[in-house]
Design a protein around this ligand. Structure first.
Ligand code: T46
Length: 140
């Protein structure tokens, strides 16, 4: 499964910590959009989609939550629970996020501007697209 945890450098002393994130250096793409999610309820399930082209780095600067990732072959659950820890996700990975701590803030750095046409929101369609891409990959 093609995801990666990025441990961003922490600059800290006894007064606190600072994390700096630079495009094309600390994240592997030019950042075109930043968004964040907060006020999630404990039993909320968000996501439930994949992206056709979008790459993102996701982190919880406050609190924690779990990401379940699915590349059509394997499923994996990752808990984001430290402010310097980013989850890099390439396209074509189904993601659901759950188990939010009451204070959770999810912050996302994205490689593209918002485009609803980039979303695959139907799991059966996601599996069909993955199977098709796999066949092309094996042929080519
Ligand atoms: C993802 C996960 C981690 C916008 O208008 N602009 C935006 O940039 C975004 C991200 C969303 N929206 C609108 C679209 C919906 O009406 O905000 C509403 C909620 O979006 P959505 O249901 O897609 O939110 P999540 O939390 O399920 O998913 C989001 C991102 O959409 C998605 O790319 O990977 O966070």
């Amino acid at each position: 499964m093609e995801y990666r945890i990025i441990d961003f450098a922490e600059h800290g002393d006894d007064t606190g910590s600072l994390v700096a994130i630079e495009a094309l250096k600390d994240v592997p793409f030019a950042i075109k959009r930043v968004y964040y999610i907060y006020g999630t309820t404990a039993h909320a399930v968000r996501g439930r989609h994949a992206h056709k082209t979008l790459e993102q780095v996701i982190f919880c600067p406050v609190g924690s939550c779990e990401f379940t990732l699915d590349d059509g072959g394997e499923r994996k659950t990752i808990r984001l629970q430290h402010p310097n820890q980013g989850l890099y996700l390439r396209s074509n990975i189904w993601r659901e996020f759950t188990n939010f701590s009451p204070d959770c803030v999810v912050m996302v750095l994205a490689s593209e501007q918002y485009d609803e046409a980039d979303y695959i929101r139907d799991y059966a369609e996601f599996m069909r697209l993955i199977a098709g891409a796999d066949k092309i990959g094996k042929r080519g």
